[in-house]
Design a protein around this ligand. Sequence first.
Ligand code: AMP
Length: 177
Amino acid sequence: MTDARLRLLRSRIRDVPDFPKEGILFKDITPLLADVKAFRACIELMAERLDGESVTAIVGIESRGFMFGAALADKLGVGFVPVRKLGKLPAATYRAEYDLEYGRDAVEIHQDALGPGDRVVVVDDLIATGGTAKATDELVQQCGAEVAAFVFVMNLVGLEGTAKLAPRRVITILDYE
Ligand code: AMP
């Protein structure tokens, strides 16, 4: 039953106060990853919520988006494309910048990872301000591909990150007020 799965997932996310710096309540997914029932339930819920969406690839955002994204790609029977922090991908890349609390950061995708005709689902563990996800949307577009939907395990609702992704479809499994 869906509710039982959601309760299980919620119970496997650990709040760590003041990490990586004071004032941040870090949502730690390592207990979820360590529990195969919870991890499978999470991937199952993602696939169910995407039902009917035709996609050609999953794009995972470094680094926790890789874990959920790769498992979801396997379940849906499509390939996996990594979006990485600046300077990590070896071949020719496209780059998109986004705002941090202080300054800016950037993410990259391999130029040949996607092309016109690709319709992808972007996966990450958590959406906060939505800056990283929005930059990833720009990368997919630079490849000439399109984003069918975003999927996040967790949504920090108060930061209104999902609004930044409009008009794209956004699926969140667990909302935190
Ligand atoms: P944002 O670009 O603001 O939406 O931030 C999203 C990215 O930062 C994701 O890759 C998250 O893994 C990470 N992140 C932001 N806030 C938290 C948090 N409170 N707990 C865990 N991860 C976070």
